[in-house]
Design a protein around this ligand. Structure first.
Ligand SMILES: NC(=O)c1ccc[n+]([C@@H]2O[C@H](COP(=O)([O-])OP(=O)(O)OC[C@H]3O[C@@H](n4cnc5c(N)ncnc54)[C@H](O)[C@@H]3O)[C@@H](O)[C@H]2O)c1
Length: 358
């Protein structure tokens, strides 16, 4: 029997199904209806393990394009490489790009698909936990510019998303953890049960018990789907997804994006935001303690001695800021967050001190 979508996401510009389950890689061809030629775009390192399987699932044939990966390669030049390869192979407007990989591949090859001949059909086959619960959902695509991360991009909803949770078995513990924190963030923003899943099932999550992983992927996709369906272009509700990100971006910048994954930086960013929320009287200290305990139990990479001024300076350039005040997201309780747009520099400093130790 053909698997049914777990959910159909309705955004202002398009609706698309999301399939979630084990061993779906060999069924992508069955789940996705392609109009013309199919191009599976993946990374050199994931091609043998996953890309070839997806390519073989198209009974009428497909072609495979692989690119070198790494955050430093998430650039306009790499997107152009993909486009050059599509042109060399004679791809036309009716082509479908099936993008197989983590968020780096999803963003770069997805962005290429979104601008090639003004956009060809795009299907995400995310292979990291972070990509399954976050980057493949919502239609945002971006590449980096030397001046900053994700500064060039587009809103381009895919035709479909196929998340095969069995591919997560081979993910490194570090990459798994990155996705865990992104999913846990979704629990604090909007779904207390998702947070409790992390709070009460640490062993099952870390040993990748299939039922537990499946449940957390589905719950987090639902949180993100609810938010992006209500607000495709980040006017208001979508800003909730930035919970933990202000201080996280500062930490990542101060560490030159090395030695810490994005999810781990978000984990520390949530701890910092919560400290400010308690000080503002928004969040009760017992709720703050529960969140902190659960975050720390999963053991994010510990922070080296960081220049706090550098973290603070990086938060100033956040694209979400309005004037000199910072816009931040704070929990009121587990499962409910608010956007606050008058956060002062002193408050951000207080949050940074809570993370780095005062
Ligand atoms: N577009 C969005 O809305 C959005 C949202 C969040 C993050 N992002 C972007 O996503 C990127 C991070 O993505 P990521 O965390 O998936 O990292 P990534 O794509 O860099 O992948 C991390 C590593 O995992 C490996 N890998 C992938 N799948 C694997 C598997 N199943 N088994 C073993 N190894 C595997 C990759 O080869 C790579 O070495 C960042 O560039 C970030 O900006 C985008």
């Amino acid at each position: 029997m053909t698997p049914q979508p777990f959910i159909t996401i309705h955004q202002a510009s398009a609706s698309y199904p999301v399939f979630v389950g084990r061993n779906l890689l060999d069924r992508v061809g069955e789940l996705v209806r392609a109009r013309g030629r199919v191009f599976v775009i993946t990374s050199e390192s994931l091609r043998d393990r996953f890309g070839d399987r997806v390519a073989q699932s198209f009974s009428l044939g497909s072609e495979i394009i692989s690119i070198a990966e790494g955050e430093a390669r998430k650039t306009l030049a790499t997107a152009e490489e993909v486009i050059t390869e599509l042109l060399a192979r004679g791809a036309r407007r009716d082509a479908t790009a099936i993008v197989v990989g983590g968020g780096m591949i999803g963003d770069t090859a997805g962005f290429a698909a979104s601008i090639f001949l003004r956009g060809i059909d795009l299907v995400h086959v995310p292979t990291t936990l972070l990509a399954q619960v976050d980057s493949s959902i919502g239609g945002k695509l971006a590449v980096n510019h030397p001046k900053g991360k994700n500064l060039i991009g587009s809103f381009y909803p895919p035709r479909a998303v196929v998340s095969d949770t069995s591919v997560l078995d081979s993910l490194s513990p570090r990459e798994l953890l990155s996705g865990i924190y992104e999913a846990m963030k979704g629990g604090v923003i909007r779904d207390p049960e998702l947070f409790e899943l992390f709070e009460s099932n640490r062993a099952e999550v870390l040993r990748r018990d299939p039922g537990t992983i499946d449940e957390l992927v589905r719950k987090k996709i639902r949180v993100k789907a609810d938010i992006v369906s209500a607000d495709e272009k980040e006017a208001d509700l979508r800003r909730l997804l930035n919970y933990g990100h202000t201080i996280a971006h500062g930490i990542e910048a101060a560490m030159q994006y090395e030695g810490i994954t994005h999810g781990e930086a978000v984990a520390w960013g949530m701890i910092g935001a919560n400290a400010i929320a308690v000080r503002r009287g928004l969040l009760a200290s017992n709720e703050e303690a529960r969140i902190r305990k659960t975050i720390l139990e999963y053991e994010p990479a510990s922070l080296p001695r960081l220049d706090r001024q550098e973290i603070l300076a990086a938060t100033e350039h956040d694209k979400k800021n309005v004037g000199t005040a910072r816009v931040m997201v704070f929990p009121r309780r587990i499962g409910e967050c608010v956007v606050v747009s008058d956060v002062t520099e002193a408050e951000v400093k207080y949050g940074i001190d809570a993370v780095c130790g005062s």
